[in-house]
Design a protein around this ligand. Structure first.
Ligand SMILES: [Zn+2]
Length: 52
């Protein structure tokens, strides 16, 4: 599983890295609009952790 954990407590996980990136982008736009400009899909991919 790919997982991204946000500092606010949100986490997204899926077996598909692109879907995790999409979920995370949506979360950032909804919950952290001040960060949305800086958070690109490439940045999000850097946050992905692999979990069992
Ligand atoms: Zn968050």
């Amino acid at each position: 599983m790919n997982q991204v954990s946000c500092e606010c407590g949100f986490s997204a996980r899926d077996d598909d890295e692109d879907r995790v990136a999409d979920m995370t982008m949506q979360h950032v736009r909804a919950s952290h609009p001040d960060l949305a400009d800086q958070v690109t899909p490439d940045v999000v991919r850097g946050w992905v952790e692999l979990v069992p």
